[in-house]
Design a protein around this ligand. Structure first.
Ligand code: PDD
Length: 282
């Protein structure tokens, strides 16, 4: 049985449980992170933990652990589960208290983490994925990595029902992001992605890909783009810690470009993997 981490101790997942009065359950009053593991080592965990601190500050919740404690815990979790390649999920909620919407006067943040294997380096999705266009029905602070994700659950279920891999969310025809990824297009060799704001999550992979694009001499424009532009782009891409860089080859069943992974997507995926292997080298 896999081992998880809950409120300061490692335990068997089958015995790990939280109170029905946890504010994470009652209100979605919590934040989370998903970090990548390659060759048994965490990738960019420091960047994920910095974003965790930003999310916690935004909801005015204390971080129950220091960054160093989180790093140690996450690596211990990877080791305990003998995880070679996959993901570590962690969550912090405002804790257990009598049900009242406003903050409790005293509550200890609930915190837990678990690890899961996932094929990342040889992901079959690298052959190209499909997206389904849906309205973005989320709140006004999508930069906070909140556990209140009902809108994304519904968006991704719509995508799945349509036979698509990911949702392409939009507001009035302007693309915001994927259900759990950042989205990009390529027009005439220029890589385009939406600028950071309260409207999207500041993806860690997005940041890394911006650097990799600069290193590869690919011109980048941070601007909004429309669903129509995505449909008529030369390429479309999605990025996230759980998928790295994936070519989006169809939008609602219609091919993007020639319907095959494009040069920019392939170049950036290769560069991302090369960096991941370098940073996790024994
Ligand atoms: N999701 N946008 C949204 C809405 C996301 O949920 C995610 C990540 C991203 C990409 O962020 P990053 O590059 O830091 O993974 C963008 C994670 C993987 C998840 O919820 O499983």
């Amino acid at each position: 049985m896999p081992t998880c981490w809950l409120n300061g101790t490692f335990c068997d997942e089958s015995t790990a449980s939280v109170s029905i009065f946890d504010r994470g359950l009652l209100f979605g009053d919590g934040v989370y992170e998903v970090a990548t593991v390659v060759r048994g080592r965490l990738l960019d965990a420091d960047l994920h933990l910095a974003r965790l601190e930003r999310s916690l500050a935004a909801i005015r919740c204390d971080n129950p652990l220091t960054i160093a404690q989180w790093l140690e815990t996450m690596q211990a979790l990877v080791n305990a589960n003998a995880l070679d390649e996959g993901l570590v999920y962690l969550q912090v909620t405002r804790g257990v208290a009598e049900r009242d919407f406003a903050f409790p006067t005293s509550a200890t943040p609930t915190h837990f983490a678990f690890a899961r294997p996932k094929r990342l380096l040889q992901d079959p999705a690298a052959a190209g994925v499909s997206v389904h266009v849906v309205p973005d029905e989320r709140w006004a602070r999508c930069d906070i990595k909140s556990t209140a994700m009902l809108a994304q659950v519904l968006a991704k279920q719509s995508a799945r029902s349509a036979g698509a891999f990911e949702a392409m969310m939009h507001e009035d025809g302007v693309v915001t992001e994927g259900g759990s990824s950042n989205l990009w297009i390529v027009q005439g060799g220029t890589l385009i992605t939406r600028p950071l704001s309260h409207d999207i999550l500041a993806g860690i992979t997005r940041d890394v890909v911006l650097e990799l694009a600069a290193g590869a001499g690919i011109p980048v424009l941070e601007r909004t783009f429309t669903v129509h532009e995505a449909r008529t782009a030369d390429e479309c891409l999605m990025t996230s810690a759980s998928s790295f860089v994936l070519p989006v080859v169809t939008i609602d069943g219609a091919p993007v470009g020639d319907g095959a992974p494009g040069t920019v997507a392939r170049t950036l995926r290769e560069a991302y993997i090369e960096r991941a292997l370098r940073l996790t080298a024994p």
